[in-house]
Structures are given as structure tokens and as C-alpha cells.
Write a protein that binds this ligand. Structure first.
Ligand SMILES: [Zn+2]
Ligand SMILES: [Zn+2]
Length: 345
């Protein structure tokens, strides 16, 4: 029997690398050897609280949905993928036949499989494992010249490409991103691909804001240094809320221009949170959600492989997969970390 080593969350702060048996490879599946994996904000929520938003860990969960690796073996019925092929692994597998899939919104699939998520029971196991099995459809080959860490970050870029699509036409518009974590920063990058006149980023920490500037933000507003920093800017047309905090959402609603658009990307704390909803009414704000992605995954791989988007610029540290607990603690320290990537060795 093949044993994988898998980064597994059992309870809050109880993250361990445990051996996980892999059965015979299903004839329709592909076995992937882990190459690299990005630690996501949702992974860190699972680490700290054994939940993210409304998704609660009820059984051991292997984390990891920002994954790339190498095809180790292919099942007998798999065509077009050979062992040794380097791939970005799409964590998302829609059913293809539910009403949401049929109307072209597969990211909202009612029977979705999403790696490393407790959104369903039994949970869907993730890719922070030395070996794991997936479907060939989830494997997007990448050029040999592309660092495997960059391929792993196709997933968060795909999230952000979908988010900016939800934000509508950004050409010539002013954009504000609330929260300069990895998703906020990649939302900035994705928004800038759509030709906004101006893109600003707001956060409470100086280090990620410096990175926002380096990535082309026209303004980086540090509310810890200037608590009224949002009151002095011209009200933006579109605000992307990527902090996942009630305060961030309130700021987005208060700051957006009358008749503007707010897109909620961040995973807010579970349960109900108070928000200034009368402003949504009185300013006639379009308040939109955005969730995961669909075709944007392949587009993200393309943008990264072609060099149009350099996702490695947000990577602040690389740590071995088997040192994941320490890597998670490092990732939680926003004074020194933006994106921490786990590597095979
Ligand atoms: Zn993620
Ligand atoms: Zn479906």
C-alpha cells in the first residue's frame, strides 16, 4: 500500500503531518506528486479555528487547494496525461449537470467537489500531501520552464480574475481594494489587467501595502497610520472587499461612490455580521458576492505561464511541506508574510 504524508487539521491549532494510505489508483484518476502549495487565508482560518467562515471541520481534513505537482501515475482509462508531466491542479470539480452548471455558473455547482474544504460532509480532502489522486480534467499542464511554485498560485489568481469579472467593466474606472493580503494583492493585479484609471489599496499593515505599491497601486492607504485615510480619497466606482472583516465590508460600503459596486471576496467571520445596509439602499450600491472561479483557472495558468502576471512577487517565504505547522505560523505573521508557499523538499 502507498502511504502519503498529509498536512491534516484535527482541531484548532492542531495541525499535523500524518501518514495517509492511498488505495489502488482508480482507472479514471491521476496520482500527483506534490510540487508546491500556497497557504491560503482559508487554510489559516482552518488552522486557527478549525473553521473558515461557515465551514466547520468535523473530521480530520487534509488542507491545501493551491497546488501544483508532477503526474506520478495515470489510471488505465486516462488519456492525454503522461507520468512526469508538470501540472497546476485545479481544486475545483463541478458536476456539469446541475442547474447552476447548466446556466454557466459552475462555480456555484450544487454538487461541487473542492479540495481541502469542509464545506461538505464528508469533507473534501486537499492537496498538502506528498501524493494525492485527482481527475485528469483538474490537471492543467504547465511549461517545464515555469517554477512549480508559480503554477501553484494559479488558484488564487483565478479567484481574483473571477472577482474582477464580477466587478463589471473596470476600464477607466477607479478601483479600491480593501485588504492587502494575497487575495487583495492579486485582485489589484487582476483589476489592473482591465484598464482602470486608478487603483488604490487600503490595509492596516505597512509591509503588504508596500507590496501593493510595488505591484502598481496608485495609492496605498495605511489606516493604522491615517485612520481617516479613506475619507480623503475620491469615492471609488468599484470596491473589492478582500479583508474578510466586518470592518472592511463597512469601509467598502461607506467609501464606494453613490451608485457604485462593492464586491465581497473575503470570507467573513461565520454567522451574521452587522453592516451599514442603509447605505446600500440610500447610495443604491450594487453589493455582489464572488465565489471561487470556473474557466478562470485555465486563464490564470495562461497568464502565469506567459509571464503576463508574475505571481511570485507576492511570495515571501518557501517552506518544506513537512514543516507545514511552522510554515502556517509564519504565514499568520503579517508583519513578515504575504504568501508562504510549501515546497516538496
Ligand atoms: Zn484559497
Ligand atoms: Zn453542478
Amino acid at each position: 500500500m502507498t502511504l502519503a504524508k498529509a498536512v491534516t487539521i484535527f482541531a484548532p491549532e492542531d495541525l499535523r503531518v500524518v501518514e495517509r494510505p492511498l488505495g489502488e489508483l482508480d482507472p479514471a484518476r491521476v496520482r500527483i506528486r506534490f510540487g508546491a502549495g500556497g497557504i491560503c487565508g482559508s487554510d489559516m482560518h482552518y488552522f486557527r479555528h478549525a473553521r473558515t467562515g461557515d465551514f466547520v471541520v468535523k473530521e480530520p481534513l487534509v488542507l491545501g487547494h493551491e497546488i501544483a505537482g508532477t503526474v506520478e501515475a495515470v489510471g488505465a482509462k486516462v488519456e492525454g496525461l503522461a507520468p512526469g508531466t508538470r501540472v497546476a491542479v485545479n481544486p475545483f470539480r463541478p458536476c456539469g449537470h446541475c442547474p447552476r452548471c447548466r446556466e454557466g455558473r459552475a462555480n456555484l455547482c450544487e454538487n461541487v467537489f473542492f479540495m481541502g474544504s469542509a464545506s461538505k460532509n464528508p469533507h473534501m480532502q486537499g492537496g498538502f500531501a506528498t501524493l494525492f489522486d485527482t481527475t485528469p480534467e483538474q490537471c492543467v499542464p504547465v511549461p517545464d520552464s515555469l517554477p512549480i511554485e508559480a503554477a501553484a498560485l494559479a488558484e488564487p489568481l483565478a479567484v481574483c480574475l473571477h472577482a474582477v469579472k464580477r466587478g463589471g467593466d473596470l476600464a477607466g474606472r477607479s478601483v479600491l481594494v480593501v485588504g492587502a493580503g494575497p487575495i487583495g494583492l492579486l485582485t489589484l493585479v487582476a483589476a489592473k489587467l482591465r484598464g482602470p484609471a486608478r487603483a488604490a489599496v487600503v490595509d492596516l499593515a505597512a509591509a503588504p501595502l508596500a507590496m501593493a505599491k510595488a505591484l502598481g497601486a496608485d495609492a496605498a492607504i495605511d489606516l493604522s497610520a491615517d485612520p481617516k485615510g479613506l475619507e480623503t480619497i475620491e469615492a471609488p466606482d468599484v470596491v473589492f472587499e478582500a479583508s474578510g472583516t466586518a470592518a472592511g465590508l463597512a469601509s467598502a460600503i461607506r467609501t464606494v461612490r453613490r451608485g457604485g459596486t462593492v464586491v465581497q471576496i473575503g470570507n467573513l467571520p461565520g454567522g451574521d455580521i452587522p453592516s451599514p445596509m442603509n447605505a446600500v439602499m440610500a447610495k443604491e450600491i450594487d453589493l455582489l458576492g464572488t465565489f471561487r472561479f470556473d474557466a478562470e483557472f485555465a486563464k490564470a495558468v495562461d497568464l502565469i505561464a506567459s509571464g503576463k502576471v508574475d505571481v511570485m512577487r507576492i511570495v515571501t517565504a518557501r517552506r518544506p511541506l513537512l514543516d507545514a505547522p511552522a510554515a502556517f505560523r509564519l504565514a499568520l505573521d503579517r508583519s513578515q508574510s504575504v504568501k508562504v508557499v510549501l515546497t516538496a523538499a
